[in-house]
Design a protein around this ligand. Sequence first.
Ligand code: SF4
Length: 421
Amino acid sequence: MNAPALCDIPVTLERGQREVFCGLTGIVWLHRKMQDAFFLVVGSRTCAHLLQSAAGVMIFSEPRFATAIMQEKDLAGLANANEELDRIVHRLLDRRPDIKTLFLVGSCPSEVIKLDLGKAAERLSLTHQGRVRVLNYTGSGIETTFTEGEDTCLEAMVQAAPETEAAQLLVVGTLPDVVEDQFQRLLDEAGISEAAGQIVFFPPRRAETLPTIGPNTRFMLVQPFLNATRRALLGKGCQHIPALFPFGVNGTTAWLNAAAEACGVASTRVEAACAAPAARASKSLAHYRDTLGGKRIWFMPDSQLEIPLARFLEQECGARLLEIGVPYLDRQTLGAELACLPDNSGIVEGQDVDRQLDRLREANPDLVVCGLGLANPLEAEGYCSKWSIELVFSPIHGFEQAGDLAELFARPLRRKSRLTV
Ligand code: SF4
């Protein structure tokens, strides 16, 4: 399949102070997905605090992440830091025989002391050969924002994946298990699974079962922030099937149609498989047109979900887009999405937070989608806000979740209108 021509919608570049979480945040949903993986952050007390608060919602789950805190004495010499890390890993593996994959996650302090986590992962993999696979990736705030932690994690898994010649379709990006099951059913019913060879969801539910990949692997993204993972898969000879992201009725239908077309499946089969769930989704979305129709929405750059979600709100809920801030924009990953947005969507890549807030106050939007750090001050000024982190933690993909996705934006608007009546 030929790649579509890149859309030339105007994008303003902005550079300045940013207000975004670091990539360590991804551990919260990655550890929930891969049940046999453990995430060891090599960092400072700040990193430990961030994880504790970000993962506060997970308080009842068996913890599968920790922070190896590098003390000041470790900073004095790298030999000490490596020994300390090895000691922590040995102790952890002794205590937790269930761990099959251990991720060493880099942070800002470990960057500062130049501890080579790639070498540490190799050394520890050799030491514990046959018992555990040790991989490494960075979640450092210097190198990653918020959702990019998942991207660097999956990129590391792609690099470690064994090769295969088998034909398959890889569905790339973390989905809650229940949504994954819905997608598998849709792909089966549309005849895509059979035509593709097999469907493989990546990341897997067990990190131990890394996918095998190769030249007959085609892949589709379900998350728009997986740019490094996409490049790593291309580097291994896999073929990308570009598509809209499966949010809302339009996104999910287009995503399935792209898969069908690439695998040589007739579009009538997709239509038949989608008819009932798409009708249910359209019916549940109709309830939200009153609340969201005509509402003026502003996205601050945060999760990298902004562009597909803006497309969903504009096309399927009748909202108006004032500004769509994105931390990074990769036109290869988002080409199909950009082509669906109106030319005056106000896309801004990067951030200069003060200038952006000035523009926001002037435009006076009905709803601001932003990170936690900005939501409270904006609420105090009388704006209605939606925490973008909820959009990453909640099941929002596919037909069955389309109404829930609209509800996430409608709820703060309803709450505000009740308060102001
Ligand atoms: S920004 Fe750096 S120091 Fe702060 S929590 Fe993230 S990785 Fe740790």
